[in-house]
Design a protein around this ligand. Sequence first.
Ligand SMILES: C[S@@+](CC[C@H](N)C(=O)[O-])C[C@H]1O[C@@H](n2cnc3c(N)ncnc32)[C@H](O)[C@@H]1O
Length: 362
Amino acid sequence: MMTSLAGDLASCHDDDGACDEAKSATPLSPVTTLATEAPAIEAASESGGDDEFDAISELFDDTTSVTSSIYAHTYERGRRYQSFKNGRYPIPNDDFEQNREDMKHAMLMELTDGKLFYAPIGENPQKILDIGTGTGIWAIEVGDLYPSAHILGIDLTPIQPLWVPPNVEFVVDDCEKDWLTGDVDLAHFRFMAMILRDIPGVLGHAYKSLRPGGWIELQELHGHPCCDDGTMGRDDQFKQLYDLAGQAYQKFGMSTALPAQLKPLLLDAGFQNIHCKIMKVPIGTWAKDKTMRLIGLYQKTVVGDFIPTLAGRPFEALGMSQVEAQVTLAFARKALDDANVHRYFNYYFWYAQKPVLGRTTV
Ligand SMILES: C[S@@+](CC[C@H](N)C(=O)[O-])C[C@H]1O[C@@H](n2cnc3c(N)ncnc32)[C@H](O)[C@@H]1O
């Protein structure tokens, strides 16, 4: 599903510029940009139900192990938030949210056929960073796969498990501050571009910390529902919810559109050999292909578990009352359950290289 090359991007029909980055990708030397996008997802002739994959929900019933209560948290409307730099990240860090993050990981492993990253870092990497590591699930799996490497996961919030492979370490830190590490083979970000405020600064830190020839990778959801077959109307209430979420994130200095716009930022930071894969993820079980139906169920579930968080800090930032917020959510939830609407999200997989011989002038 990722075989089409730049120039073969006609199937991208979103109206918010999500794919402009890839469409305008012209190979340049030495700053190469290769963009690939998946074709439209074929819909099943009959809409399947979510119960086809009943067993998967059991996989996520257990809570992820968390660090001890020496770390303080704040509580709002029954949800727990980080206390380090409290307010920076408007999404909870409780067990419910951690399960959701792990489900996103499972979804991406299905989508990428188990590939943890695309950057060609070779078989023997020594240092890998996972920036905004969350539950640390990606860092732990990479640690198991690459015993040669030291994996450092950093996050604002200490929710990572205590028992991890010996080559994996977690620290609580703010990646928007200076990074005190060097000679890195891979700096990995996932679901981070839309929540960081100073992305040029962070890309600059990553550039500095990489060894010459090292790679950066950003795996990102573009936060705007798309549709290729006209089944999602302009007044679609799920789409409207995401429009509001975009406005709310802006109030926190975040951009839900940024995942599609990273190329100039990577260039400005000094990266070359820029690649971008765009993959479509159905929201719900409407796809014909069974794997895509499973991925769609994961996506629908993580979205269904995410949207209540919008009624907290994000919609509060828009000045919405709780009643207004809950009504908006209820309509969006109802829309999400309509399997006749073939919505999908674009996922952007960017990877780019620090030049071997110093910074390239573009
Ligand atoms: C959406 S989660 C992504 C988790 C992880 N990358 C994954 O894909 O499983 C975002 C994470 O970034 C962390 N975060 C947000 N801002 C940060 C910052 N400035 N520095 C470090 N971590 C940050 C949050 O605490 C949260 O755990």
